[in-house]
Design a protein around this ligand. Sequence first.
Ligand SMILES: C[S@@+](CC[C@H](N)C(=O)[O-])C[C@H]1O[C@@H](n2cnc3c(N)ncnc32)[C@H](O)[C@@H]1O
Length: 455
Amino acid sequence: MADTDADTISARISPSCPPETQRILTAAWSHDLDTVKKLLDTPGRASAQDPVTGETPLHAAIRSCGSPSEDDDPADLEAASKTVYELLLWGAIWNDVDNHNETPGCVARRLGRTELYELCVNAGVRAEMLFGVLEGYEELGSQASDEEDGEDVDMGGDVVIVGEDGDEAPELVNVEETKSNGKAESPDEQQEQQEVEDQEDQEAEEPRFQPPVDATQADVTSEAYLRSKLTYSDGKLVDDEGNGVMMAWETDIMRQSVDELLPGREPGKRILNIGFGMGIIDTMFAETKPARHHIIEAHPGVLEHIDSPNSKFGSAWEESGPSPGAFKVYRGRWQEVCKQLLAEDQVYDAIYFDTFGEDYSQLRMFFTEFIPGLLDPKGRFGFFNGLGADRQICYDVYTKVVELHLADAGLDVDWKVIDVDMSQLAEEGKGEWEGVKRRYWTLDKYRLPVCTFLG
Ligand SMILES: C[S@@+](CC[C@H](N)C(=O)[O-])C[C@H]1O[C@@H](n2cnc3c(N)ncnc32)[C@H](O)[C@@H]1O
């Protein structure tokens, strides 16, 4: 049934797999829904993992379908979908990776099981949307990470589930309320309770899966980036860790973004660009002869580059504007500068957002809190869409998540799909990636967002 030796049940369930995990992996593999349901009465079991292969029940239920073939049994495929659905319902984690660095969705996509892939994408969207809603809530560690029968059950999930027997409906619990219940009596008990609470606080602070805006790398923080030393060289801008901040291969994406944000490249428009980088998009914006062209940039190294004698955006450019302040580089973080722009009642026909070292929450904050005030009612807003771009399923999940959040902010999004020439981008450390720490783009299609106000 399965495609390669690596996809066989004997290869995926290791001899050292604990019996309870083995049982659910086997039941999921054979799409035995009744047994799966019975085994799911233990919290955490939906996400149990083989300690050697990292196989989860979701991986197993999908992998065992193999690629579509004439031998496909419709009844078994239906059972597979139901098994996957049931596992997701009981907290199976959509983005757990196995020892081949594949999520269950990656396996479904590789095998060409579109329906199962869509189930995984939808689960990812639900999980990511819940994270957004659940600020102030966290997982109940005591129930989620219990060790069962010597089996290390790591929920690692994000939905809070309450219910002693696992049959209860999932229910959200406010952590602050939970903590204030069951007061400790003796000093020893108080110390023990404090340690538990400290541990919970530490866990609550751990970052969740949240793709960086530029998908460039998850381990860069904005503060560290803004302190880093930058190098402009040979078609790229890198920080002192070797992270690619901006690369020339993105030029076509910038060009097409300008075409979409300024249809017909009409002159006389009011433009705001956030993140100067290599100045690629600003050069294109400038060529349209705008009435106003504002740039926000925070990094001292980039600002120094802007001030250098060869720069097109130095003081001479600022002075060449049609009116005082019409062409201007705002020096600082957009989080502060945009408040000033709002206070000045600045409004733009086209706004582009492409920063670095910031995660999705910042992009969301930008379009939720600032776009309504800064964008003309008929204006267009775009951003560099590198959200989750190092893995197709993450890109697909984030396309839907951002679409929902944009709608929440009163914005409609049109995706223009662009082919990305991968000939020099296919291999880590080679071609365009030479000298760059991490290959942050892996996909042959870019979804270019064009956002306008709803209605
Ligand atoms: C990917 S580059 C932009 C590339 C640009 N689109 C181009 O065409 O060259 C990101 C830029 O955003 C800047 N940046 C990062 N965080 C910022 C912030 N909070 N406020 C303003 N600029 C920021 C970086 O210093 C960098 O210059």
